[in-house]
Design a protein around this ligand. Sequence first.
Ligand code: FRU
Length: 486
Amino acid sequence: MTSELLRKARDYERSCAPLIAPQERPAFHMTPAVGWMNDPNGFSVYKGEYHLFYQYNPYATHWDLMHWGHVKTRDFIRWERLPAALAPDMPYDRDGCFSGSAAELPDGRQLLVYTGVCQGRQTQCAAVGDGVDYEKAACNPVIDAAGLPPGGSAQDFRDPKVWLDGGRYRMAVANRQADGSGAVLMYESEDGLRWRYAGMPAASGGRLGRMWECPDFFRLDGKDVLLVNPQEMTPVGLEFHAGNCTACVIGTFGPGDCHLSREAVQAVDYGLDFYAPQTLETPDGRRVMIAWMQNWETVGAQPAGCRYFGEMTLPRELSVRDGRLIQNPVRELERFRGTQVLHRNVRLSGTASLDGVQGRVLDMTVSVRPAPRAARYRSFRIDVAADAERCVSIRYKPETGTVRIDRTRSGFPHDIVSVRDFPVRPSRGEIRLRLILDRHSLELFVNDGEQAATAMFYTDPLADAIRFTAEGEAEMDVEKYDLIAD
Ligand code: FRU
């Protein structure tokens, strides 16, 4: 039965979403119907389609009483809107339906598992439905404080990620431990409703930030991979930045002692706007990740008069290579490419633009190397979304082996974090930069996905120039496609 609160949210989004013109939105990145969006939730395959839910406050462009919004897609590029899926309409979730995930039940219905918040206490709750309408389980909450290990906080116990593992459901949930640091708890269930505690595969131990949020856990290329989002992180070299981060732990999981032994830890995205990623496995065996393309530290910096706020990243295909997480745009994106513009072996010294290379919705790969018979270049820069005054720039310095992403002059009227540096590894003297632009976002993939860096910016939508600058002499290839999503 649809509650009054859910009906109100559905009516509101039905009447307000059409008021937002398509040009106010990105061309192919997912945005909320109206109002505010944060974490991706329930990213999963259901009846041959990819479903995505999201943390949602339809009524304003700031965070407030959380609902779940809902969309689906067949290609990760074109998203179909569905009515809001959950509203905070029960005593155990009346202060919000926080993040969670989805799986298919043996009888073909869709299971949603989320965190219900009531008077500061967080419990795990379930709802079951047909892909559009959901009924909250009569036995909710399905895990409460009684299911916590000793010392686990009932106030910070959230963001369940469920998956089916050999006929049994597993769930990873974030929890705060007695010393204030974060941990991931694991639970098991035969039916998705009755859960038992299985152990604590990983904990921060005071090293990777404090409380952890939104865990995801999967096997990939012979390794076990845990994604977590530490809060109150302090920077570790150029690997992690302060505040809310996303970390990836690669290792081996022992189901016997329910422990993930760590082999490598890294940042997932080295840019400015990326948080709370969630993954799914496609029917053809790819692990695909989507994240909130924002950051809690800068969400106050919104464009004046916006009627929705929040975008998801482009879904990314993951792999593990040489102990590192590799990310690349989903291959489906290539189907939406327009005509190719190609410039090869362009010698560059100073600043230049290239014929046919401009735009705000595009997929462009630039390969840069020292020019033959020239001294090593000192730096190479690409300015995008540029006009005479504004731009977002990506600069590579061979001497330090770092890339800098800089949106300082991109149109934010707020003094927010705008610069990030991160280390990269050129291969045989060449560095490859793949840029995906979609009106107000940049997603950068370095060296075929070894690093990704994401940033939002608000330069005038008509600022579509792209400029290349070399200090010293460099040589580059540029391959560019407009992206046409409709
Ligand atoms: C992460 C988060 C989650 C929580 C949700 C609330 O961004 O803080 O831990 O479930 O947002 O909207």
